[in-house]
Design a protein around this ligand. Structure first.
Ligand SMILES: CC(C)[C@H](C(=O)O)[C@@H](O)C(=O)O
Ligand code: SF4
Length: 473
């Protein structure tokens, strides 16, 4: 029998029932919920008079709709009626079912995918589900995470399992060394640009290679988080010293000896040497430059020194690209370097962890945000915010002219009151540049934290490596 991939090992060890050729009932070690995708699921349970099967294996967190204004935490009143209702409803549901909730006022509240790993809930080999596509983040720690739909949220609440169609296996190997000033965000934008926004559709991706091994745990989260933008159904990096240490340092509910014993098992979790992948891609890290998106899909990205591609020949493709360019107010063949921005947003579950904020602070320290540019930093969690304050990063950011906000999703998807105006152009560390994502008619350029910091200072998109030399964090 041929060897197994890490993905198959995790799926097999969580399969409680084989439904048919393609489907299994998959057990979830942890299920995370937000206020936005859980209401119908709770309503469904209530209607069917079903209890939550394993309340202790659920976690709730308010992140999508909450305001992030720079006020005291207990002053975070939600002013948008529908959002306030959503949050209140969520609190009620979690209380009713005995589910641990990180509420608006909680010191550790933040974006679900930032909070869960940082408080030690995500461990190698786990299956983690959440009604949110960026649950793929947890692959950074060797856990299989992926997003589920609202009706599936109800099923997981009732049974702690999911009817799951098993994915195919893809391996992406990246060898070589990322250059100074080039980060995991640039790498993932590069990979998505190369394989396309549907390039990993139907696949669970396992990353490997020397460039991946060299990434910090947080940088791996950036990579796995955004892999879903290539359509992937999961992203995994085999646990190693980096990820095992990250996890072991954060676990709160296991004694030291148990963590040591578990760590041994975690280190052994990997694809067999003779495991067969359905498809394999190889990339060279030295080919990666700071990447910036020019269009309305995350794969429409180019190196900062590059030019927006010429219009494609095929009519359908041509119409799509023309539409994206029209929305973005850009021309085929134009340069992206030098493009003026109105707004800079540093945040989201892709890039609002402490290492990201260190990168930003290293670029902006002692400098000023360009006149006319509004720049904000929304830390990923209460803990990130506190740590950034302790390390003096917040002070440097504020001195440079950034708004220093409370944690949440904020302008990543503009579901709270952080919304851009039509036509405004934003340099953003987020993960989606879809039409209207940051406000109706708003134009989003995805990039790394260092690049967004440089854009804030210059008032235009620039190559951070040329314009603002900084100490690598
Ligand atoms: C709101 C939620 C369903 C959505 C997701 O699944 O990713 C959001 O977090 C996003 O980033 O678009
Ligand atoms: S930060 Fe953005 S991508 Fe992440 S969960 Fe929130 S809205 Fe989705």
């Amino acid at each position: 029998m041929e060897g197994k991939t890490l993905y198959r090992k995790i799926v097999d060890s969580h399969t409680v029932l084989r439904v048919d050729e393609q489907h299994v009932a998959l057990y979830a070690d942890l299920h995370i919920m937000n206020e936005y995708t859980s209401p119908q699921a709770f309503a469904g349970l209530a209607e069917k008079k079903l209890p939550v099967r394993c309340p202790e294996k659920q976690m709730g967190i308010v992140d999508h709709v909450i305001p992030t204004h720079p006020v005291a935490r207990d002053a975070r009143t939600i002013m948008i009626d529908a959002a306030a209702q959503q949050a209140a409803n969520f609190t009620r549901n979690c209380r009713k079912h005995g589910i641990h909730l990180f509420d608006v006022q909680d010191r550790e509240q933040g974006i679900e995918h930032v909070v869960a790993p940082e408080i030690g809930l995500i461990r190698p080999g786990m299956v983690v589900l959440c009604g949110d596509s960026h649950t793929t983040t947890y692959g950074a720690l060797g856990a299989l995470g992926f997003g589920i739909g609202t009706s599936e949220v109800e099923h997981v609440l009732a049974t702690q399992t999911l009817i799951y169609r098993v994915a195919k296996d893809m391996r992406i190997r990246v060898d070589g060394k990322l250059a100074a000033g080039v980060s995991a965000k640039d790498l993932v934008l590069y990979i998505i640009a190369r394989i396309g926004a549907q390039g990993a559709r139907g696949y669970a991706v396992e990353y490997g290679g020397s460039a991946i091994e060299a990434l910090s745990a947080e940088a791996r989260m950036t990579l796995c988080n955004m892999t879903v933008e290539a359509g992937a159904r999961g992203a995994l990096i085999a646990p190693d010293e980096t990820s095992v240490r990250y996890v072991a340092e954060r676990i709160r509910d296991m004694p030291g000896e148990a963590i040591a014993a578990a760590s041994e098992q975690w280190r052994a979790l990997k694809s067999d040497a003779d495991a067969v992948f359905d498809i394999e891609h190889r990339f060279d890290a030295t080919d990666v430059a700071p990447y910036v998106t020019w269009g309305t899909s995350p794969d429409q990205a180019i190196p900062v020194g590059g030019r927006i591609p010429a219009l494609p020949g095929a009519p359908v493709e041509q119409a799509n690209v023309a539409k994206a360019l029209n929305y973005m107010g850009l021309d085929a063949g134009a340069a992206i370097d030098g493009l003026a921005v109105d707004h800079v947003f540093i945040g989201s579950c892709t890039n609002a962890r402490i290492e990201d904020l260190r990168e930003v602070a290293a670029v902006v320290r002692g400098r000023k945000v360009a006149a006319g540019v509004r720049a904000m930093v929304v830390p990923g969690s209460g803990r990130v915010r506190e740590q950034a304050e302790r390390e003096g990063l917040a002070a440097a950011l504020i001195a440079a002219g950034f708004e220093w906000r409370q944690p949440g999703c904020s302008m990543c998807l503009a579901m709270n009151d952080d919304v851009l105006k039509p036509g405004q152009r934003c340099a953003s560390t987020t993960n989606r540049n879809f039409e209207g994502r940051q406000g109706r008619g708003a134009r989003t350029h995805l990039m790394s934290p260092a690049m967004a910091a440089a854009a804030a200072l210059a008032g235009r998109i620039v190559d951070v490596r040329k314009e603002y030399r900084h100490e690598q964090a």
